[in-house]
Design a protein around this ligand. Structure first.
Ligand SMILES: CNc1nc2c(CCNCc3ccccc3)c3nc(N)[nH]c(=O)c3cc2[nH]1
Length: 374
């Protein structure tokens, strides 16, 4: 028995969306789901109790960051990430590949792995499929990711082809190095940019290795949303129907809906927590920059249609004051609201799938939120 099991409950009659349950050693969670990001073993400014209160299930942490600080051996000695951060629900760790490419200026990619510099100290570092797998085994997350290369979306075809083939070889090396397959599910990551044939090759390679789940990588890296949707249109149908599909780094409301419509089950994004720290909030009628002076005497909640802790107890004027004075409580209130907003959106998406009306829901939501309907 592998560490996780995906149970397909039903498919939406209007779209490629599906309602499912992801069973993990730390709990079972309905999908499609949004996973808050907690890079350094904390979802910034939120306590585990608050995360549970708002309905968070699986949260993310990061191999690269935790390897550098505090070091994966300390987390292992603490009894693993769940014990270390006092989180008794599920955890997913990314493999560190993406962070190396996005954080480190100098890097050299070879068959063996990636040479780069520590983005904090400048010291020379090296990450390989084996090392990334060893770190994730030490962290002990329920779901861990294969070590991959996420090339620029518009990389030259031959480079992209070489990269996909190397990522497939790296995935096999991760499977071989994985020491705890019964406790931790290793997901393969499909690459290939915007090239349908390379996406097919990547999916075929990874499916032949029989992973318990698959991520669609190489997207949400600056390409237009139409391109992301086009890639999903021909990529998710390649993936096994009875296994979870995770679209990496996607979390704006329109992309969550469009990803769910195309058969994605799991999403993560730093957006809700990151924009909260500069006073930008997601509301049912679009984004609201609460530190704007126009809210100085606005005593309404952030979102009149929201029943979260923030919206039940505090006004725009008060939150604006806190953000304006750099008060940490202001960041907490905006973070709580933004995470609750996305978790609530996923519940609405799941309900729309139950009622076979996700396309209609998309139209209503886009209209209300202010996304131009293509
Ligand atoms: C924002 N757009 C985007 N993010 C991508 C990521 C990282 C996903 N977020 C994981 C995370 C975990 C903890 C803390 C912070 C982030 C990717 N990761 C991998 N391994 N491969 C990708 O292709 C890839 C593509 C991405 N696009």
């Amino acid at each position: 028995m592998t560490a996780i099991r995906y149970e397909l409950i039903k498919k939406d009659k209007q779209t490629g969306a599906r309602l499912g349950i992801l069973h993990t050693p730390h709990g079972s969670y309905e999908t499609p789901m949004f996973m808050p990001v907690g890079t350094l073993a904390t979802v910034k400014t939120m306590s585990p109790e608050e995360l549970k209160e708002m309905g968070a299930g699986v949260i993310l942490s990061n191999t690269y960051h935790l390897w550098l600080r505090p070091g994966h051996e300390i987390v292992r000695e603490a009894g693993g990430l769940h014990k270390f951060m006092n989180w008794d629900q599920a955890i997913l760790t990314d493999s560190g590949g993406f962070q190396v490419f996005s954080l480190s200026k100098f890097r050299k990619i070879e068959e063996e792995g990636v040479h780069f510099r520590n983005h904090l100290s400048g010291e020379k570092l090296f990450l390989s499929p084996e090392k990334a797998t060893e770190i994730q085994n030490a962290l002990g997350a329920d779901i861990m990711m294969a070590f991959d290369e996420c090339p620029p979306f518009d990389a030259e075809y031959n480079y992209m082809k070489q990269s996909v083939e190397r990522t497939s070889r790296w995935a096999e090396r991760c499977l071989k190095a994985h020491s705890r397959p019964h406790d931790q599910a290793l997901f393969g990551i499909v690459q290939g940019g915007g090239n349908e044939d390379l996406r097919k090759q990547s999916a075929r390679d990874l499916i032949s290795l029989d992973f318990p789940g698959y991520a669609v990588g190489g997207l949400s890296v600056g390409e237009p949303k139409e391109d992301m949707n086009r890639v999903l249109d021909f990529t998710t149908p390649l993936l096994p129907e009875n296994k979870p599909r995770y679209l990496m780094g996607v979390g704006s409301p329109d992309s969550l809906i469009d990803g769910a419509i195309r058969g994605i089950d799991m999403f993560d994004c730093v957006l809700p927590t990151r924009i909260a720290r500069n006073g930008t909030c997601m509301t049912s009628t679009g984004r609201l920059v609460v530190k704007n002076a126009k809210y100085a005497r606005d005593f309404r909640p952030l979102d009149e249609n929201c029943d979260c802790y923030t919206c039940r107890n505090y006004s725009r004027a008060y939150i604006r004051h806190l953000i304006h004075t750099n008060e940490i409580f202001g960041f907490r209130l905006c973070t709580y609201h933004n995470l609750h907003f996305l978790i609530k959106l996923m519940e609405q998406i799941r309900q729309a799938i139950r009622e076979d009306r996700l396309q209609d829901f998309r139209d209503e939501f886009f209209e209300q939120y202010g996304f131009n309907k293509p």
